[in-house]
Design a protein around this ligand. Structure first.
Ligand code: CP3
Length: 353
């Protein structure tokens, strides 16, 4: 959807491929354990306790905005929140990540899933969005998000992270009607969830398809694309820009673009210029510094940031980010340094010299 009024913030302008005063930068997972402010809150509350408390969510969401001067805020939540009201038992286990104790592995289990009623089931998320918007200036828009249908389904079926996606692919290949019923249920739930986030005040949305790279192009097309397309089209109908992100997606980029998105997120494995040329100039891109570069000595980090910016070549429509989420022990100084480098180097246009 085209927006009638030109946005003012760098981040929203870049989503629309408009010229900017400096390249916008934010980080996936920018609020989290690498920040001392976040660790202090985690001493008092578990992750699931934080997300149930809108005032704490607002505080945590704003921490990286205040500490690093990023150009966008991302709602503090988790892609797995919707699975709880849908009927699954979710636990975050220290050191292991998310575990679902009753994974969905049969036609009967798919039938038993509840549809999400975003406003009543996750009303605290909407309340948090309203609180955050009051605190943010117009320069720093708030990004809402959800998992994409495949990545959410992968947790629901595998019960946690997975290497080979054995259970997911088994369902696709041996019980396709169950797979399609599951994806249909997830797609409707996520569509309403994202629309509700915009109604509450989110000014952009990101769809995280973090694990989609495990699929062949053919399986993506027949088992995933129609459902991602449905969610992305519902998200786009709100009028806000939508970022469509995945990792290990070099082979899927064209299909991901076909599924939808104002901006396509690139991971670090592909050169930003190569990824952008696969996608074409009619879409914005986000990325794509290797998250591990944040641990490198400053000269190497600088060199890698410069490389990403050179590949973007000053074209409108680049949002600087990592190629995946910030890692747990990332030095805070590197985060601040990258924000400053991106702003300084792109506003004085040293790249064109
Ligand atoms: O970006 C942000 O700052 C917003 C917050 C956010 C979280 N999770 C908070 C969180 C976002 C956008 C997510 C998305 C998310 N969650 C994804 C997609 C992004 C990606 O990284 O691919 C995925 C796959 C998940 C599922 C998930 N949640 C995992 C695998 C884990 C454990 C991994 C780990 O780092 O321990 C979580 C837990 C989680 N979600 C944490 C945070 C800050 C760490 C838990 C803690 O504080 O104890």
């Amino acid at each position: 959807m085209t927006r009638n009024i030109e946005p003012k913030s760098r981040f929203l302008r870049a989503c629309d491929r408009l010229p900017v005063d400096a390249t916008p930068v934010w980080f996936m997972r920018q609020a989290g354990r690498y920040m001392p402010e976040y660790r202090a809150i985690r001493k008092r509350y578990s992750l699931l306790e934080i997300v149930e408390r809108p005032e704490v969510v607002a505080e945590v969401t704003l921490q990286p905005v205040h500490a690093h001067g990023v150009d966008a805020a991302i709602l503090f939540a988790d892609i797995l929140l919707p699975v709880v009201p849908m009927g699954l038992k979710l636990e975050f286990i220290q050191g292991e990540g998310p575990v679902i104790h009753n994974p969905v592995r049969s036609a009967a289990a798919v039938k038993q899933l509840r549809s999400l009623d975003a406003e009543s089931d996750l009303g605290h998320v909407m309340e948090a969005i309203r609180l955050i918007r009051v605190e943010l200036s117009e320069d720093v828009p708030l990004i809402g998000f959800s998992g994409a249908p495949f990545t959410l389904a992968s947790y629901m079926v595998e019960g946690g992270p997975s290497r080979n996606y054995m259970h997911v692919k088994r369902m696709m290949y041996s019980a396709p009607e169950s797979w399609h019923a599951l994806m249909d249920r997830i797609a409707s739930s996520l569509s309403r969830y994202l629309v509700s986030q915009v109604e509450a005040g989110a000014q952009a949305l990101q769809l995280f398809d973090s694990w989609v790279g495990a699929l062949s192009t053919r399986d993506y097309e027949r088992f995933v694309l129609p459902y991602s397309a449905r969610v992305l089209s519902a998200a786009a109908s709100t009028g806000v820009p939508v970022i469509h992100f995945g990792t290990v997606t070099s082979h899927l980029l064209k299909l991901m673009k076909q599924a939808g998105g104002t901006v396509i997120g690139l991971d670090w494995r592909i050169g930003l210029d190569a990824g952008w040329s696969i996608l074409g100039d009619d879409v914005a891109v986000q990325g794509n510094l290797d998250p591990v570069a944040m641990f490198a000595p400053l000269p190497e980090l600088k060199e890698q940031v410069t490389d990403v910016l050179r590949r973007a070549g000053g074209r409108p429509g680049h949002i600087f980010n990592l190629g995946h989420g910030i890692l747990q022990d990332t030095p805070v100084e590197s985060v601040r340094a990258v924000v400053d480098m991106v702003h300084e180097w792109t506003s004085v246009s040293i790249l064109s010299s």
